[in-house]
Design a protein around this ligand. Structure first.
Ligand code: M6R
Length: 636
């Protein structure tokens, strides 16, 4: 079976390429700085200058490579490629860093993905007398490419032809970018189930320049004009002949063009110490942007791309929400809202489990996939499984041009702008808001809610940016608290109803940023076991629902606070303004504005983001690039 429809594995690396009049060394290094969030186990760069290929690479963060380059600069060049790696195949060493060169040093290759048949290909190369200098699967591509180049007919586009020949032999997921001393004006790249976008710009001298990137962050400082590469396609960029895209057999295809609406400044820290702090602060705007233009001229809700008829939407009798990590938590919140508004049953599942348990799917099932990056492999595989079973797929995504929206039947973009910090913040809140919109959209199409009812809830949604801004303006106490909690061994998070996924999200943020053991529980579950974890002074964060919430869930949570406090817990209570019931039991009280129950996660999550960020900072950790993680997880 083709690798793209089976389970694919691949490291989640950052890839940059440049062809144009600027100094490729600078453009590539700048692109790598912007993509370092995709992987920071090693970095490398290769340039072709005066018909000679030179490369440098170093284990560790990009700063290590920059030190090497400061001591041993590469020559100025107009063609270059660069790579930041998240290691899966071969340890994070200098040897395994990309680029990998062919034995004769004529070809350099960078790669994102895993070549699943690399062992057989490596054996074949070794049988031909090639000695490998790394443990990576990528190196086979460099050797095969050099051999295919030698065998390709003389003339133009030899490197592209060699790339197509090699790609037809590869199984797995890959983005490959190659440059060669033998074709010094050309850069060639290929993709299968792994991201790659092309940027086309105009340099100051008026000539065309071309960029390759794992995502548009690599080049938005230079151009917003992008081309999307499809599955199993090869792009050849020649300084004189420009851009040509073909499939793996060599048939020319026209790539889809689009304009990136992200602003280059959005991918800068803008005076903040961490991207995460900036992205937390951007949340009011991100929510407002996600809501912008959603109501049509007759008050009806509009999504971005809907390739489904109203009848198909009316026929839906079951919804699955499928996502990973923080996006999964957005899905858990979505369940409460979508079921309440549409009365359609909703199941929420982590994408990595979804397809392995043979879920019951058919053409009246809607699968909502949520992904900030649009490239998460677990989510993409779940999407493909759903489509194979004839289910309809709606994507909630932040990255235009990424794979997940491209393969879905309908798309709602979150307009959060680039999210660089590995920990998702504005990505999450905008996903939650987008889920509300999907719920309302379905309720409206199916006639369960009238336009005025939808409009009333949209009006509540439009108050959220101010509510989040209000929360953000009162975070000094949370910062103070973070300093007090920085040495905690364990912090527990409790919530009920929509507060439960918020508790899970608070715990995830703390784990991934501060490396502190943290767990989120449904507050009612505590008495069934986890309450035994509570010891004298154990910090317990409780997300309290509104006193106006249904069936006295508020009162139950207030009781839960008392239970944990009676066992010695130090209680940190997040409660709505005016909720006086919690006051006697809160060691620390964090207030949030009054918000309709279903929408409350958008405000209650914010203090938990700030808490995790500040604890990590107090502990002296790298908030934006936590250990062992990468932003875009293209491994299964
Ligand atoms: O790009 P995606 O939304 O698909 O990413 C899903 C998760 O990998 C992501 O949310 C992850 O859990 C974050 N690091 C959490 O902060």
């Amino acid at each position: 079976m083709a690798a793209c429809s089976t389970g694919t594995l691949g490291p989640m690396c950052g890839i940059v390429g440049y062809v144009g009049p600027q100094d490729a060394r600078d453009v590539v290094l700048e692109g790598l700085r912007r993509l370092e969030y995709r992987g920071y186990d090693s970095a490398g760069i290769a340039v072709v200058a005066d018909g000679t290929l030179t490369a440098a690479k170093k284990a560790g963060k990009l700063a290590n490579l920059e030190k090497v380059l400061a001591e041993h600069p590469l020559p100025a060049a107009t063609i270059g490629i660069g790579h930041t790696r998240w290691a899966t195949h071969g340890g994070p060493t200098d040897r395994n860093a990309h680029p990998h060169l062919s034995a004769d040093g004529s070809v350099a290759v960078i790669h994102n993905g895993i070549i699943e048949n690399f062992a057989a290909l490596r054996a074949e190369c070794e049988a031909n007398g090639i000695e490998f200098s790394s443990e990576t699967d990528t190196e086979v591509a460099a050797h095969l490419l050099a051999a295919a180049y030698a065998a390709a007919p003389a003339g133009e586009s030899r490197l592209a032809e060699a790339m197509r020949t090699v790609c037809r032999r590869l199984e797995g997921a890959f983005t490959l970018v190659a440059t060669s001393a033998l074709e010094p004006d050309t850069l060639v790249a290929a993709r299968r189930s792994s991201p790659l976008v092309v940027g086309i710009g105009e340099a100051v001298d008026g000539s065309a320049e071309y960029f390759l990137g794992s995502d548009v962050a690599a080049f938005i400082a230079h151009t917003r004009e992008a081309r999307e590469l499809g599955q199993d396609q090869v792009v050849e960029i020649d300084r004189h002949r420009g851009l040509t895209v073909t499939d793996f057999t060599g048939s020319v295809v026209e790539p889809r063009g689009y304009t990136v609406d992200w602003d280059a400044a959005a991918a800068e820290k803008g005076g903040y110490d961490w991207f995460m702090l900036k992205e937390i602060a951007e949340q009011p705007q991100a929510i407002a942007d996600t809501l912008l233009g959603r109501l049509g001229s007759h008050g009806e809700l509009v999504l971005d791309e809907v390739r489904l008829s109203d009848q198909e939407l009316r026929d839906i009798d079951k919804i699955f929400v499928v996502a990973c990590g923080t996006a999964y938590h957005a899905g858990l919140i979505a369940k409460y809202a979508i079921e309440h508004w549409t009365r359609i049953p909703v199941e929420v599942e982590v994408a990595s489990e979804f397809r392995y348990r043979d879920p019951v799917l058919d053409r009246s099932t809607l699968v909502v996939v949520i992904s900030q990056s649009g490239e998460t492999m677990d989510t993409l595989m779940a999407l493909r499984h759903a489509k194979e079973q004839n289910a309809r797929v709606l994507a909630i995504c932040n990255a235009n041009g990424s794979t997940i929206p491209r393969e879905s039947d309908a798309v709602l973009y979150t307009h959060a702008g680039p999210e660089v910090a590995v920990a998702s913040t504005k990505g999450f809140l905008t996903q939650v808001v987008a889920c509300y919109l999907v719920g309302l959209f379905l309720a409206q199409v199916r006639g369960v809610k009238y336009e005025d009812e939808v409009a009333a809830i949209v009006a509540d949604l439009r108050r959220l940016p101010d509510a989040v801004a209000q929360v953000l303006s009162g975070m000094d106490e949370v910062r103070e608290l973070a300093r007090e909690l920085a040495d905690a061994d364990t912090i527990l998070f409790l919530g009920r109803h929509v507060g439960f996924p918020v508790a899970l999200e608070g715990a995830l943020k703390l784990k991934e940023l501060a490396y502190i053991h943290a767990e989120g529980f449904a507050a009612g579950e505590l008495k069934h076991g986890p309450i035994a974890l509570i010891d004298q002074g154990t910090p317990v964060v409780v997300v309290v629902p509104s006193p106006r919430s249904r069936e006295s869930v508020h009162g139950k949570v207030v009781s839960n606070i008392q239970e944990v406090r009676a066992r010695g817990a130090r209680t940190i209570v997040i409660a709505e303004e005016g909720d006086e019931d919690v006051v006697p039991y809160a060691d620390h009280l964090i207030r949030v504005p009054r918000t309709p129950t279903l929408l409350a996660p958008v405000v209650t999550t914010v203090p938990l983001q700030v808490l995790a960020c500040e604890i990590a900072d107090t502990r002296g950790l790298d908030v934006d690039q936590p250990r062992n993680l990468a932003k875009s997880v293209t491994v299964e």
